[in-house]
Design a protein around this ligand. Sequence first.
Ligand code: HEC
Length: 502
Amino acid sequence: MIIKAPKRPYLLLFLFLGLAGCNTSTSSTSTTTDTTEAVATNTQGQASGNEVVLSEQALANARTNYTTYCAGCHGSELETFINRDWKYGTAHTAMFTSIKEGHPTTGMPGFANTLSDEEINNLATFIRQGIVNKQAQNTSEGTGNDMAGVIRSEEVSFRLDTIVTGIEVPWGMAFLPNGDMLVTERSGTLYRLTNDRQLQKIEGAPEVLAEGQGGLLDVELHPDFRNNNVIFLSYSAVKREGGETLSTTAIMRAQLDGNALKNKKVIFEGQPWTKTRHHYGSRIEFGPDGNLYFTMGDRGGTFENPQDLSRHAGKTHRIKEDGSIPQDNPFVNKQGALPSIYTYGNRNPQGLALNTSTKEMWAHEHGPKGGDEVNILEKGANYGWPVVTYGIDYNGSIISNEQRKEGIKDPIHYWVPSIAPSGMAFVTGNRYKGWEGDLLSGSMSFKFLSRAKVEGNQIVGEERLLKDIGRVRDVKMSPDGYVYIAVERPGAIFRLVPVDTQ
Ligand code: HEC
Protein backbone atom coordinates (compact mmCIF):
# COMPACT_ATOMS: atom_id res chain seq x y z
CA MET A 1 0.00 0.00 0.00
CA ILE A 2 1.10 3.51 -0.62
CA ILE A 3 0.47 5.18 2.69
CA LYS A 4 0.80 8.84 2.21
CA ALA A 5 1.24 11.32 5.03
CA PRO A 6 -2.37 12.31 5.44
CA LYS A 7 -3.63 15.85 5.61
CA ARG A 8 -5.80 14.70 8.46
CA PRO A 9 -3.74 12.30 10.51
CA TYR A 10 -6.74 10.80 12.27
CA LEU A 11 -7.76 9.23 8.95
CA LEU A 12 -5.21 6.56 9.54
CA LEU A 13 -6.09 5.99 13.15
CA PHE A 14 -8.88 3.73 12.12
CA LEU A 15 -8.52 0.84 9.79
CA PHE A 16 -11.17 0.65 7.15
CA LEU A 17 -13.80 -2.00 7.46
CA GLY A 18 -16.84 -2.39 5.30
CA LEU A 19 -19.81 -4.62 4.83
CA ALA A 20 -21.41 -5.05 1.49
CA GLY A 21 -24.96 -3.97 1.45
CA CYS A 22 -25.56 -2.59 4.88
CA ASN A 23 -27.28 0.66 4.68
CA THR A 24 -26.99 2.64 7.82
CA SER A 25 -27.49 6.26 7.25
CA THR A 26 -27.02 9.34 9.32
CA SER A 27 -30.65 10.20 8.92
CA SER A 28 -32.59 7.41 10.55
CA THR A 29 -36.10 8.36 11.43
CA SER A 30 -36.08 9.88 14.81
CA THR A 31 -38.46 9.14 17.61
CA THR A 32 -36.39 10.44 20.47
CA THR A 33 -33.51 12.78 19.98
CA ASP A 34 -31.12 13.87 22.59
CA THR A 35 -28.60 15.49 20.34
CA THR A 36 -28.75 18.30 22.86
CA GLU A 37 -26.65 16.11 25.07
CA ALA A 38 -24.08 15.68 22.31
CA VAL A 39 -24.03 19.42 21.76
CA ALA A 40 -23.61 20.04 25.48
CA THR A 41 -20.72 17.64 25.72
CA ASN A 42 -19.20 19.26 22.69
CA THR A 43 -19.09 22.71 24.14
CA GLN A 44 -17.61 21.39 27.33
CA GLY A 45 -14.98 19.64 25.32
CA GLN A 46 -15.48 16.36 27.12
CA ALA A 47 -18.04 13.66 27.40
CA SER A 48 -20.50 13.89 30.23
CA GLY A 49 -22.74 11.35 31.92
CA ASN A 50 -21.48 8.25 33.64
CA GLU A 51 -18.39 8.21 31.51
CA VAL A 52 -15.01 7.29 32.82
CA VAL A 53 -11.89 8.39 31.03
CA LEU A 54 -10.62 5.28 29.33
CA SER A 55 -7.09 4.12 29.91
CA GLU A 56 -4.92 4.04 26.84
CA GLN A 57 -5.20 0.26 26.74
CA ALA A 58 -8.99 0.30 27.08
CA LEU A 59 -9.22 2.92 24.37
CA ALA A 60 -7.05 0.89 22.05
CA ASN A 61 -9.20 -2.18 22.70
CA ALA A 62 -12.40 -0.25 22.12
CA ARG A 63 -11.01 1.10 18.86
CA THR A 64 -10.07 -2.39 17.75
CA ASN A 65 -13.52 -3.70 18.60
CA TYR A 66 -15.09 -0.78 16.80
CA THR A 67 -12.99 -1.42 13.70
CA THR A 68 -13.71 -5.13 13.81
CA TYR A 69 -17.42 -5.14 14.54
CA CYS A 70 -18.93 -1.74 13.85
CA ALA A 71 -17.01 0.28 11.27
CA GLY A 72 -18.37 -1.67 8.32
CA CYS A 73 -21.86 -0.38 8.92
CA HIS A 74 -21.14 2.79 10.88
CA GLY A 75 -18.06 4.08 9.06
CA SER A 76 -14.40 3.87 9.96
CA GLU A 77 -14.51 7.38 11.36
CA LEU A 78 -17.88 7.11 13.09
CA GLU A 79 -19.46 8.71 10.03
CA THR A 80 -22.99 7.53 10.71
CA PHE A 81 -22.80 8.79 14.28
CA ILE A 82 -21.73 12.31 13.40
CA ASN A 83 -24.67 14.72 13.15
CA ARG A 84 -26.96 11.74 13.51
CA ASP A 85 -30.64 12.02 14.05
CA TRP A 86 -30.40 9.68 17.05
CA LYS A 87 -33.20 7.19 17.37
CA TYR A 88 -32.42 5.65 20.74
CA GLY A 89 -30.28 8.40 22.12
CA THR A 90 -26.68 9.24 22.90
CA ALA A 91 -27.01 8.61 26.62
CA HIS A 92 -24.49 6.02 27.74
CA THR A 93 -27.16 3.54 28.86
CA ALA A 94 -29.11 3.88 25.63
CA MET A 95 -26.01 3.15 23.59
CA PHE A 96 -25.11 0.25 25.83
CA THR A 97 -28.53 -1.29 25.25
CA SER A 98 -28.39 -0.68 21.50
CA ILE A 99 -25.05 -2.44 21.27
CA LYS A 100 -25.81 -5.30 23.62
CA GLU A 101 -29.29 -6.16 22.41
CA GLY A 102 -29.24 -4.74 18.92
CA HIS A 103 -32.27 -3.74 16.89
CA PRO A 104 -32.65 -6.90 14.86
CA THR A 105 -35.55 -5.81 12.70
CA THR A 106 -33.71 -2.76 11.46
CA GLY A 107 -30.37 -4.42 10.83
CA MET A 108 -28.41 -3.61 13.99
CA PRO A 109 -27.06 -6.91 15.34
CA GLY A 110 -26.81 -7.51 19.07
CA PHE A 111 -23.36 -8.16 20.49
CA ALA A 112 -24.27 -9.80 23.80
CA ASN A 113 -22.64 -13.05 22.72
CA THR A 114 -19.62 -11.46 21.16
CA LEU A 115 -18.53 -8.75 23.59
CA SER A 116 -18.39 -8.53 27.36
CA ASP A 117 -20.33 -5.83 29.23
CA GLU A 118 -17.07 -4.06 29.91
CA GLU A 119 -16.18 -4.06 26.24
CA ILE A 120 -19.63 -2.74 25.38
CA ASN A 121 -19.30 -0.02 28.01
CA ASN A 122 -15.96 0.98 26.58
CA LEU A 123 -17.39 1.02 23.06
CA ALA A 124 -20.19 3.33 24.14
CA THR A 125 -17.62 5.65 25.71
CA PHE A 126 -15.44 5.43 22.65
CA ILE A 127 -18.33 6.46 20.39
CA ARG A 128 -19.50 9.26 22.69
CA GLN A 129 -16.01 10.71 22.92
CA GLY A 130 -15.45 10.19 19.21
CA ILE A 131 -18.53 12.25 18.38
CA VAL A 132 -17.27 15.10 20.51
CA ASN A 133 -13.76 15.02 19.04
CA LYS A 134 -14.94 14.73 15.49
CA GLN A 135 -17.36 17.63 15.80
CA ALA A 136 -14.62 19.77 17.29
CA GLN A 137 -12.32 18.81 14.44
CA ASN A 138 -14.92 19.62 11.81
CA THR A 139 -15.36 23.13 13.08
CA SER A 140 -11.65 23.85 13.33
CA GLU A 141 -10.66 22.38 9.98
CA GLY A 142 -11.42 23.29 6.42
CA THR A 143 -12.15 20.73 3.74
CA GLY A 144 -8.54 19.61 3.47
CA ASN A 145 -8.36 21.05 -0.04
CA ASP A 146 -6.22 24.13 -0.11
CA MET A 147 -6.87 25.86 -3.45
CA ALA A 148 -10.57 26.57 -3.70
CA GLY A 149 -12.20 23.62 -5.39
CA VAL A 150 -8.94 21.92 -6.26
CA ILE A 151 -8.40 18.44 -4.96
CA ARG A 152 -4.82 17.24 -4.74
CA SER A 153 -3.93 13.62 -5.05
CA GLU A 154 -0.53 11.98 -5.08
CA GLU A 155 -0.06 12.55 -8.78
CA VAL A 156 -2.89 14.60 -10.18
CA SER A 157 -4.68 17.72 -9.04
CA PHE A 158 -8.21 18.03 -10.26
CA ARG A 159 -11.49 19.71 -9.65
CA LEU A 160 -14.91 18.15 -9.69
CA ASP A 161 -17.28 19.16 -12.45
CA THR A 162 -20.88 18.38 -11.53
CA ILE A 163 -22.46 17.02 -14.69
CA VAL A 164 -25.91 16.31 -13.36
CA THR A 165 -27.82 15.92 -10.10
CA GLY A 166 -31.26 14.59 -9.36
CA ILE A 167 -30.86 10.89 -10.12
CA GLU A 168 -31.28 9.16 -6.81
CA VAL A 169 -29.18 6.04 -7.36
CA PRO A 170 -27.35 6.20 -10.69
CA TRP A 171 -26.23 2.58 -11.07
CA GLY A 172 -24.67 2.28 -14.52
CA MET A 173 -23.28 4.62 -17.18
CA ALA A 174 -22.44 4.09 -20.85
CA PHE A 175 -21.20 6.74 -23.27
CA LEU A 176 -22.81 7.06 -26.69
CA PRO A 177 -20.62 7.93 -29.69
CA ASN A 178 -22.19 11.41 -29.98
CA GLY A 179 -21.10 12.41 -26.45
CA ASP A 180 -24.43 11.68 -24.76
CA MET A 181 -24.52 9.15 -21.95
CA LEU A 182 -27.00 6.47 -20.97
CA VAL A 183 -27.60 6.31 -17.23
CA THR A 184 -29.67 3.82 -15.29
CA GLU A 185 -31.56 4.93 -12.22
CA ARG A 186 -31.95 1.93 -9.94
CA SER A 187 -35.63 2.56 -9.34
CA GLY A 188 -36.26 1.73 -12.99
CA THR A 189 -35.71 4.68 -15.30
CA LEU A 190 -33.25 4.71 -18.17
CA TYR A 191 -32.01 8.20 -18.99
CA ARG A 192 -30.18 9.84 -21.81
CA LEU A 193 -27.90 12.52 -20.38
CA THR A 194 -27.28 14.78 -23.33
CA ASN A 195 -23.91 16.41 -23.85
CA ASP A 196 -25.51 19.72 -22.88
CA ARG A 197 -26.44 18.08 -19.55
CA GLN A 198 -30.15 17.54 -19.97
CA LEU A 199 -31.76 14.41 -18.58
CA GLN A 200 -34.23 12.78 -20.95
CA LYS A 201 -36.25 9.71 -20.14
CA ILE A 202 -35.96 6.74 -22.48
CA GLU A 203 -39.18 4.79 -22.94
CA GLY A 204 -39.39 1.03 -22.84
CA ALA A 205 -37.00 -0.01 -20.06
CA PRO A 206 -37.81 -3.46 -18.65
CA GLU A 207 -40.07 -3.92 -15.64
CA VAL A 208 -37.83 -4.25 -12.59
CA LEU A 209 -38.19 -5.17 -8.94
CA ALA A 210 -36.75 -2.07 -7.30
CA GLU A 211 -36.45 -3.48 -3.80
CA GLY A 212 -33.36 -3.99 -1.66
CA GLN A 213 -30.34 -3.99 -3.94
CA GLY A 214 -32.47 -4.66 -7.01
CA GLY A 215 -33.76 -2.50 -9.83
CA LEU A 216 -32.50 -1.30 -13.17
CA LEU A 217 -28.79 -1.94 -12.96
CA ASP A 218 -26.08 -1.81 -15.62
CA VAL A 219 -26.07 -0.58 -19.21
CA GLU A 220 -23.58 -1.43 -21.96
CA LEU A 221 -23.33 -0.63 -25.65
CA HIS A 222 -22.81 -3.19 -28.37
CA PRO A 223 -19.25 -2.86 -29.77
CA ASP A 224 -20.85 -2.01 -33.13
CA PHE A 225 -23.39 0.40 -31.65
CA ARG A 226 -22.63 3.02 -34.31
CA ASN A 227 -24.13 0.74 -36.92
CA ASN A 228 -26.75 -1.25 -35.04
CA ASN A 229 -27.84 0.95 -32.07
CA VAL A 230 -27.92 -2.11 -29.84
CA ILE A 231 -27.63 -1.78 -26.07
CA PHE A 232 -27.78 -4.22 -23.14
CA LEU A 233 -29.41 -3.69 -19.77
CA SER A 234 -29.08 -5.79 -16.63
CA TYR A 235 -31.85 -5.66 -14.06
CA SER A 236 -33.76 -7.46 -11.34
CA ALA A 237 -36.49 -9.27 -13.24
CA VAL A 238 -39.71 -9.99 -11.38
CA LYS A 239 -42.38 -12.66 -11.55
CA ARG A 240 -45.30 -13.47 -9.30
CA GLU A 241 -45.83 -17.12 -8.59
CA GLY A 242 -48.01 -18.87 -6.00
CA GLY A 243 -48.57 -15.64 -4.09
CA GLU A 244 -44.86 -14.87 -3.98
CA THR A 245 -42.83 -12.24 -5.72
CA LEU A 246 -39.68 -13.78 -7.12
CA SER A 247 -36.76 -12.11 -8.71
CA THR A 248 -33.53 -12.80 -10.54
CA THR A 249 -30.75 -11.14 -12.51
CA ALA A 250 -31.66 -10.73 -16.19
CA ILE A 251 -30.18 -9.16 -19.31
CA MET A 252 -32.16 -7.44 -22.03
CA ARG A 253 -30.89 -6.62 -25.48
CA ALA A 254 -32.67 -3.75 -27.26
CA GLN A 255 -32.24 -1.17 -29.97
CA LEU A 256 -32.11 2.46 -29.05
CA ASP A 257 -34.31 4.44 -31.40
CA GLY A 258 -34.25 8.10 -30.43
CA ASN A 259 -35.47 8.00 -26.85
CA ALA A 260 -37.21 4.64 -27.05
CA LEU A 261 -36.19 1.00 -26.88
CA LYS A 262 -37.42 -1.38 -29.55
CA ASN A 263 -36.75 -4.97 -30.69
CA LYS A 264 -36.40 -5.92 -27.06
CA LYS A 265 -35.31 -9.42 -26.22
CA VAL A 266 -34.46 -10.97 -22.85
CA ILE A 267 -31.25 -12.90 -23.55
CA PHE A 268 -30.53 -14.12 -20.02
CA GLU A 269 -32.54 -14.98 -16.94
CA GLY A 270 -30.55 -16.42 -14.04
CA GLN A 271 -31.60 -19.55 -12.14
CA PRO A 272 -32.86 -19.83 -9.49
CA TRP A 273 -35.57 -17.19 -9.06
CA THR A 274 -35.73 -16.34 -5.38
CA LYS A 275 -37.45 -14.26 -2.75
CA THR A 276 -34.19 -12.56 -1.79
CA ARG A 277 -33.56 -8.97 -2.85
CA HIS A 278 -29.80 -8.79 -2.76
CA HIS A 279 -26.59 -9.92 -4.44
CA TYR A 280 -27.71 -9.50 -8.03
CA GLY A 281 -24.17 -8.77 -9.27
CA SER A 282 -25.11 -7.42 -12.72
CA ARG A 283 -22.11 -5.68 -14.25
CA ILE A 284 -21.91 -6.11 -18.03
CA GLU A 285 -18.82 -5.65 -20.19
CA PHE A 286 -17.81 -6.70 -23.67
CA GLY A 287 -14.61 -8.68 -23.80
CA PRO A 288 -11.76 -8.48 -26.28
CA ASP A 289 -13.23 -11.58 -27.94
CA GLY A 290 -16.49 -9.79 -28.78
CA ASN A 291 -18.45 -11.77 -26.20
CA LEU A 292 -20.62 -10.33 -23.49
CA TYR A 293 -19.35 -10.95 -19.97
CA PHE A 294 -21.54 -10.30 -16.97
CA THR A 295 -21.76 -11.10 -13.27
CA MET A 296 -24.49 -12.62 -11.16
CA GLY A 297 -24.18 -12.54 -7.37
CA ASP A 298 -25.03 -15.47 -5.12
CA ARG A 299 -28.51 -14.02 -4.40
CA GLY A 300 -27.95 -14.78 -0.73
CA GLY A 301 -27.72 -18.53 -1.35
CA THR A 302 -24.22 -18.73 0.06
CA PHE A 303 -24.10 -22.49 0.43
CA GLU A 304 -26.38 -23.47 -2.45
CA ASN A 305 -25.30 -21.41 -5.41
CA PRO A 306 -21.69 -20.38 -6.01
CA GLN A 307 -20.17 -23.87 -6.13
CA ASP A 308 -23.09 -25.49 -7.98
CA LEU A 309 -22.61 -25.39 -11.74
CA SER A 310 -26.29 -26.15 -12.36
CA ARG A 311 -27.19 -22.70 -10.99
CA HIS A 312 -26.41 -19.33 -12.50
CA ALA A 313 -26.10 -17.46 -9.22
CA GLY A 314 -22.63 -16.77 -7.82
CA LYS A 315 -20.90 -16.84 -11.21
CA THR A 316 -19.57 -14.76 -14.03
CA HIS A 317 -21.00 -15.61 -17.43
CA ARG A 318 -20.00 -15.28 -21.05
CA ILE A 319 -22.53 -15.24 -23.87
CA LYS A 320 -22.64 -14.02 -27.44
CA GLU A 321 -24.28 -10.73 -28.23
CA ASP A 322 -27.47 -12.53 -29.31
CA GLY A 323 -27.59 -14.55 -26.08
CA SER A 324 -26.28 -17.80 -27.57
CA ILE A 325 -23.39 -19.69 -26.02
CA PRO A 326 -19.80 -19.49 -27.27
CA GLN A 327 -18.74 -23.05 -28.02
CA ASP A 328 -15.45 -22.61 -26.22
CA ASN A 329 -17.06 -21.76 -22.89
CA PRO A 330 -15.48 -23.86 -20.14
CA PHE A 331 -18.46 -26.00 -19.15
CA VAL A 332 -20.30 -26.52 -22.47
CA ASN A 333 -19.50 -30.21 -22.43
CA LYS A 334 -19.91 -30.80 -18.73
CA GLN A 335 -22.97 -32.82 -17.79
CA GLY A 336 -25.43 -30.81 -15.71
CA ALA A 337 -23.48 -27.55 -15.92
CA LEU A 338 -25.02 -24.39 -17.30
CA PRO A 339 -23.11 -23.49 -20.44
CA SER A 340 -23.02 -19.71 -19.97
CA ILE A 341 -20.83 -20.06 -16.85
CA TYR A 342 -17.34 -18.63 -17.26
CA THR A 343 -16.13 -18.58 -13.63
CA TYR A 344 -17.71 -19.76 -10.38
CA GLY A 345 -17.39 -19.39 -6.63
CA ASN A 346 -18.17 -15.66 -6.85
CA ARG A 347 -20.08 -13.82 -4.14
CA ASN A 348 -21.38 -10.51 -5.42
CA PRO A 349 -19.29 -8.93 -8.17
CA GLN A 350 -20.32 -5.36 -8.94
CA GLY A 351 -17.27 -4.32 -10.90
CA LEU A 352 -16.13 -5.69 -14.24
CA ALA A 353 -13.77 -4.06 -16.71
CA LEU A 354 -11.51 -4.92 -19.59
CA ASN A 355 -7.89 -4.20 -18.81
CA THR A 356 -7.04 -2.72 -22.18
CA SER A 357 -3.31 -3.21 -21.78
CA THR A 358 -3.42 -6.92 -20.92
CA LYS A 359 -6.71 -7.68 -22.70
CA GLU A 360 -7.94 -9.54 -19.63
CA MET A 361 -11.23 -9.14 -17.82
CA TRP A 362 -10.93 -7.93 -14.25
CA ALA A 363 -13.66 -8.06 -11.66
CA HIS A 364 -14.07 -7.14 -8.05
CA GLU A 365 -16.60 -8.54 -5.65
CA HIS A 366 -18.05 -7.85 -2.24
CA GLY A 367 -16.71 -10.24 0.33
CA PRO A 368 -18.49 -10.86 3.61
CA LYS A 369 -17.13 -8.84 6.51
CA GLY A 370 -13.65 -8.18 5.23
CA GLY A 371 -12.41 -9.85 2.12
CA ASP A 372 -13.61 -7.84 -0.87
CA GLU A 373 -11.59 -9.19 -3.78
CA VAL A 374 -10.10 -8.15 -7.08
CA ASN A 375 -9.86 -11.07 -9.50
CA ILE A 376 -8.61 -11.54 -13.03
CA LEU A 377 -11.18 -13.73 -14.73
CA GLU A 378 -9.77 -16.99 -15.93
CA LYS A 379 -11.89 -19.33 -17.99
CA GLY A 380 -13.41 -22.06 -15.79
CA ALA A 381 -11.72 -20.90 -12.60
CA ASN A 382 -13.20 -21.26 -9.12
CA TYR A 383 -12.83 -18.15 -6.97
CA GLY A 384 -13.71 -20.03 -3.85
CA TRP A 385 -16.80 -18.51 -2.28
CA PRO A 386 -17.79 -19.78 0.28
CA VAL A 387 -15.14 -22.51 0.52
CA VAL A 388 -12.38 -20.03 1.13
CA THR A 389 -12.63 -16.37 2.04
CA TYR A 390 -10.58 -13.67 3.63
CA GLY A 391 -13.70 -12.42 5.39
CA ILE A 392 -15.90 -13.52 8.27
CA ASP A 393 -19.64 -13.25 8.87
CA TYR A 394 -21.15 -10.01 10.15
CA ASN A 395 -21.43 -11.15 13.75
CA GLY A 396 -17.86 -12.35 13.78
CA SER A 397 -18.58 -16.04 13.15
CA ILE A 398 -16.31 -17.97 10.86
CA ILE A 399 -17.52 -18.86 7.36
CA SER A 400 -14.41 -20.68 6.37
CA ASN A 401 -11.12 -21.14 8.16
CA GLU A 402 -9.36 -21.34 4.89
CA GLN A 403 -8.13 -18.49 2.78
CA ARG A 404 -6.45 -20.57 0.12
CA LYS A 405 -6.98 -24.01 -1.28
CA GLU A 406 -5.74 -26.18 -4.10
CA GLY A 407 -7.79 -25.61 -7.23
CA ILE A 408 -9.11 -22.28 -6.04
CA LYS A 409 -7.92 -19.09 -7.59
CA ASP A 410 -6.47 -16.57 -5.20
CA PRO A 411 -7.55 -12.95 -5.65
CA ILE A 412 -4.84 -10.59 -6.84
CA HIS A 413 -5.90 -8.11 -4.20
CA TYR A 414 -8.30 -8.03 -1.31
CA TRP A 415 -9.65 -5.28 0.83
CA VAL A 416 -9.74 -6.09 4.53
CA PRO A 417 -11.60 -4.28 5.91
CA SER A 418 -14.08 -4.26 3.05
CA ILE A 419 -14.78 -1.10 1.10
CA ALA A 420 -17.96 -2.42 -0.58
CA PRO A 421 -16.69 -1.85 -4.12
CA SER A 422 -18.95 -0.92 -7.02
CA GLY A 423 -18.07 0.09 -10.55
CA MET A 424 -14.65 -0.39 -12.10
CA ALA A 425 -12.58 1.30 -14.77
CA PHE A 426 -8.97 1.41 -15.89
CA VAL A 427 -7.51 4.84 -16.45
CA THR A 428 -6.87 5.19 -20.18
CA GLY A 429 -5.63 8.09 -22.29
CA ASN A 430 -3.15 10.68 -21.08
CA ARG A 431 -5.14 13.27 -19.19
CA TYR A 432 -4.15 11.95 -15.77
CA LYS A 433 -0.36 11.89 -15.62
CA GLY A 434 0.81 9.20 -13.26
CA TRP A 435 -2.54 7.40 -13.14
CA GLU A 436 -2.22 5.64 -16.49
CA GLY A 437 -3.37 2.03 -16.29
CA ASP A 438 -4.53 2.36 -12.69
CA LEU A 439 -7.69 0.70 -11.48
CA LEU A 440 -10.52 2.88 -10.23
CA SER A 441 -13.26 1.43 -8.04
CA GLY A 442 -16.05 3.10 -6.12
CA SER A 443 -16.44 2.47 -2.40
CA MET A 444 -19.96 2.46 -1.09
CA SER A 445 -19.31 1.80 2.58
CA PHE A 446 -16.58 4.41 2.94
CA LYS A 447 -17.70 6.74 0.20
CA PHE A 448 -14.49 7.29 -1.71
CA LEU A 449 -12.95 6.54 -5.07
CA SER A 450 -10.19 3.97 -4.87
CA ARG A 451 -7.24 4.34 -7.22
CA ALA A 452 -5.25 1.13 -7.15
CA LYS A 453 -1.79 1.34 -8.66
CA VAL A 454 -1.47 -1.45 -11.20
CA GLU A 455 1.77 -2.97 -12.37
CA GLY A 456 1.24 -5.79 -14.81
CA ASN A 457 -1.09 -8.17 -13.05
CA GLN A 458 -0.48 -6.77 -9.61
CA ILE A 459 -1.89 -4.08 -7.43
CA VAL A 460 1.03 -2.41 -5.72
CA GLY A 461 -0.64 0.43 -3.82
CA GLU A 462 -3.84 2.32 -3.29
CA GLU A 463 -4.86 5.94 -2.92
CA ARG A 464 -8.28 6.88 -1.62
CA LEU A 465 -9.69 9.91 -3.37
CA LEU A 466 -12.71 12.09 -2.67
CA LYS A 467 -13.20 10.88 0.84
CA ASP A 468 -16.81 11.28 1.95
CA ILE A 469 -18.10 12.17 -1.50
CA GLY A 470 -20.98 9.72 -1.00
CA ARG A 471 -21.55 6.12 -2.02
CA VAL A 472 -19.63 5.82 -5.28
CA ARG A 473 -21.69 3.44 -7.39
CA ASP A 474 -20.05 3.55 -10.78
CA VAL A 475 -16.92 4.83 -12.49
CA LYS A 476 -16.24 5.06 -16.21
CA MET A 477 -13.75 6.63 -18.62
CA SER A 478 -15.39 8.80 -21.26
CA PRO A 479 -14.32 8.44 -24.89
CA ASP A 480 -12.59 11.83 -24.59
CA GLY A 481 -10.52 10.56 -21.68
CA TYR A 482 -12.18 11.86 -18.51
CA VAL A 483 -13.04 9.94 -15.37
CA TYR A 484 -16.75 10.08 -14.55
CA ILE A 485 -18.19 8.88 -11.27
CA ALA A 486 -21.78 8.25 -10.26
CA VAL A 487 -22.59 8.90 -6.61
CA GLU A 488 -25.74 8.02 -4.68
CA ARG A 489 -28.19 9.93 -2.54
CA PRO A 490 -28.27 12.69 -3.39
CA GLY A 491 -27.41 11.18 -6.73
CA ALA A 492 -24.96 13.02 -8.94
CA ILE A 493 -22.56 12.40 -11.76
CA PHE A 494 -19.19 14.15 -11.57
CA ARG A 495 -16.28 14.49 -13.93
CA LEU A 496 -12.72 14.75 -12.63
CA VAL A 497 -11.07 17.59 -14.50
CA PRO A 498 -7.28 17.70 -14.09
CA VAL A 499 -5.86 21.16 -13.37
CA ASP A 500 -2.36 22.44 -13.72
CA THR A 501 -1.23 23.63 -10.31
CA GLN A 502 2.37 24.40 -11.21
C1 HEC B 1 -24.72 -4.99 10.01
C2 HEC B 1 -24.65 -3.57 10.23
C3 HEC B 1 -24.36 -3.06 11.64
C4 HEC B 1 -23.31 -3.40 12.45
C5 HEC B 1 -22.24 -4.44 12.20
C6 HEC B 1 -23.43 -2.56 13.62
N1 HEC B 1 -24.52 -1.76 13.52
FE1 HEC B 1 -25.12 -0.41 14.90
N2 HEC B 1 -26.77 -0.01 13.77
C7 HEC B 1 -27.03 -0.55 12.55
C8 HEC B 1 -28.30 -0.05 12.08
C9 HEC B 1 -28.97 -0.38 10.75
C10 HEC B 1 -28.78 0.81 13.08
C11 HEC B 1 -30.08 1.59 13.11
C12 HEC B 1 -31.07 0.81 13.88
C13 HEC B 1 -32.44 1.47 13.89
O1 HEC B 1 -32.62 2.50 13.23
O2 HEC B 1 -33.32 0.92 14.57
C14 HEC B 1 -27.78 0.80 14.14
C15 HEC B 1 -27.92 1.52 15.31
C16 HEC B 1 -26.93 1.62 16.27
C17 HEC B 1 -27.01 2.45 17.44
C18 HEC B 1 -28.20 3.29 17.84
C19 HEC B 1 -28.21 4.54 17.03
C20 HEC B 1 -29.38 5.45 17.30
O3 HEC B 1 -29.84 6.09 16.34
O4 HEC B 1 -29.84 5.53 18.43
C21 HEC B 1 -25.81 2.32 18.10
C22 HEC B 1 -25.39 3.01 19.37
C23 HEC B 1 -25.02 1.38 17.34
N3 HEC B 1 -25.73 0.99 16.25
C24 HEC B 1 -23.75 0.99 17.71
C25 HEC B 1 -23.07 -0.06 17.08
C26 HEC B 1 -21.83 -0.60 17.56
C27 HEC B 1 -21.04 -0.08 18.74
C28 HEC B 1 -21.52 -1.62 16.72
C29 HEC B 1 -20.33 -2.56 16.82
C30 HEC B 1 -20.19 -3.28 18.07
C31 HEC B 1 -22.54 -1.69 15.71
N4 HEC B 1 -23.46 -0.74 15.97
C32 HEC B 1 -22.55 -2.60 14.67
C33 HEC B 1 -26.25 -1.43 11.84
C34 HEC B 1 -25.10 -2.03 12.31
